[in-house]
Design a protein around this ligand. Structure first.
Ligand code: HEC
Length: 183
């Protein structure tokens, strides 16, 4: 029964934007860092596991479905997370908005993350780099990619632009936002 007395109060706090309904900038940043680190680890484990299980062609199929499921799993507690690319493979889901593209452009070799608050809406980007030779198996220079992998990529992503990367290159970013920004 207690819930009836607490609920209107919680709603009032949430609607004023200063109660537990809206995290402070520090809380937002802390959670955005945690989510992007966790999602990064999960994706890496997933792609490595799939490669061991059935090689890179199989791993492409796994990436194509699991990347979105994993993003949905981590998009909880009022936060949304997804990936964007500097050059895009999955155009439908991973194309940056103009604002995200502008933030991505601020990331240089020494930048790990960008946080911006614009008109009250907060956005966090964490750089994704080509951190290991594994990434190159599917994102490296075309001539260095196994023919079966190239074919599998072409089949699924006819407009694929996410090739030609080298070790250390910026590949994209995790983007964290609030699920329902106040404006
Ligand atoms: C087995 C092949 C494979 C490997 C290895 C691989 N990727 Fe990908 N990558 C893909 C596929 C396939 C997609 C598109 C997934 C989708 O449809 O959501 C993708 C998408 C991405 C995206 C999202 C942006 C876009 O272009 O759609 C990023 C960022 C990314 N990969 C980074 C990496 C990094 C960093 C590594 C190394 C740790 C890596 N990938 C290793 C196949 C791979």
């Amino acid at each position: 029964m207690k819930i009836f007395r607490i609920l209107p109060f919680a709603l009032l706090l949430a609607s004023t934007g200063c109660g537990p309904g809206r995290p402070t900038d520090e809380e937002f940043l802390k959670e955005a860092r945690r989510l992007s680190a966790e999602m990064g680890k999960t994706l890496l484990a997933e792609v490595k596991g799939a490669m061991q299980e059935g090689g890179p062609v199989h791993a492409i199929e796994v990436c194509a479905t699991r990347a979105r499921e994993i993003a949905a799993r981590f998009s909880t507690g009022g936060f949304r997370i997804r990936r964007i690319g500097t050059r895009i493979r999955n155009k439908e889901h991973d194309t940056p908005t103009p604002r995200e593209a502008a933030l991505l452009a601020k990331i240089d070799a020494d930048t790990a993350e960008v946080f911006e608050k614009l008109d009250g809406e907060r956005v966090y980007l964490r750089a994704i780099r080509i951190g290991s030779a594994t990434c190159l198996l599917c994102h490296g220079k075309e001539e260095g990619i196994a023919p079966a992998v190239r074919e599998a990529l072409k089949r699924r992503y006819p407009e694929d632009e996410a090739l030609g990367y080298a070790l250390g290159d910026l590949r994209g970013a995790f983007v964290v936002r609030e699920a329902s920004p106040s404006r």
